[in-house]
Design a binder for this molecule. Structure first.
Ligand code: GDP
Length: 295
């Protein structure tokens, strides 16, 4: 008690150290508060949606359409780098993408749409890197939209190329969920296969886009496991259902056919919806409301 009294006496007695310490507290406190607030603000990251898919599917055209909200986007050139646009969707999720939310004054949820280049070499480097557990967490990635050109998907090379890319995307998301099993399970990232160019008469309907992709993904899965067999991995290891083989197997392990539904085992929802970015009337409403649901 005595020592407390003497401490109070020292503080209350005007002296140079008291003035200096008091002055420093008065000066530094607002600066520290400012630094703290400024720091926490830079950590407010908007949720994001990643746009992937082979080149020429319509990713850039879709980004431009959603950004401008109206009109026919001008012809796009192949995107070599990722472009990010900030978009807003109304809180009630009832407005179409064409509504100018600033003008109506509606409360909006802001998010980032990240376009990524679809060329073979750039694919691995840029888009797939965004699907690692750390990258998805940092970018607050809420959903992946995989754009497909439904008008050329009946061509075997296009189907093979598209499915190979989709396989990589789904496998990364699947692995991401398995990594989390030991610690906290990461938030699930659903995938929308956006079957684009429905305005063209050659376009396959969404149902066929789905079944064709499932068949091709199944074929890729078989080829991959056969590749492992040929490379000398013992049959026991494969039959055991663990080890590398099980890690690289997309969907339900050991199943004959691949179905998108099998991704639910890993808590990953995959939907296929048709739409068109260009054409007489652009129609991306289903994709827009799907995205709204996931934010
Ligand atoms: P990206 O490589 O995936 O970014 O594809 P782009 O956005 O550059 O589009 C490739 C080409 O497809 C462009 O010539 C677009 O004008 C065209 N395109 C995109 N969406 C549609 C669509 O819905 N219908 C039609 N007919 N053409 C489209």
């Amino acid at each position: 008690m005595d020592s407390f009294k003497s401490l109070v006496r020292v503080i209350m007695t005007p002296s140079t150290p008291t003035f200096i310490i008091g002055g420093l507290i008065v000066l530094l406190f607002p600066i520290l508060v400012h630094l703290f607030l400024a720091r926490s603000r830079t950590y407010t990251v908007l949720p994001s949606v990643l746009l992937v898919g082979p080149s020429n599917a319509g990713k850039t055209a879709l980004t431009t359409l959603l950004e401008r909200r109206t009109g026919t986007p001008s012809d796009t050139h192949t995107s070599q780098t990722s472009a990010t646009v900030e978009l807003a969707i109304d809180e009630a999720r009832t407005e179409p993408y064409t509504t100018d939310l600033d003008a109506t004054g509606a409360t909006a949820t802001k998010f980032l749409l990240i376009d990524s280049p679809g060329h073979g070499k750039l694919r691995g480097a840029q888009a797939l890197e965004r699907l690692t557990p750390d990258a998805t967490k940092n970018a607050k990635l809420k959903a992946v939209v995989f754009v497909v050109d439904a008008a050329t998907l009946s061509e075997p090379e296009v189907l093979a190329d598209t499915a190979a890319y989709l396989y990589e995307v789904l496998l990364r998301l699947q692995k991401r969920m398995s990594v989390g099993k030991t610690s906290k399970t990461p938030e699930t990232i659903p995938v929308l296969v956006a079957a684009n160019k429905m305005d063209l008469f050659t376009a396959l309907p969404a149902k066929l886009v789905k079944s064709n992709l499932e068949k091709e993904l199944g074929r890729i899965r078989r080829t991959r496991s056969k590749g492992l067999l040929d490379s000398g991995v013992g049959a026991d290891e494969i039959g055991g259902g663990d080890g590398d083989e099980a890690d690289d197997w997309l969907g339900e392990y050991g199943s004959d056919e691949f179905r998108f539904d099998q991704m639910r085992e890993f808590d990953i929802q995959v939907d296929v919806e048709g739409g068109s970015v260009l054409g007489e009337k652009a129609n991306v409403d289903k994709w827009w409301s799907w995205i709204g649901d996931k934010l």
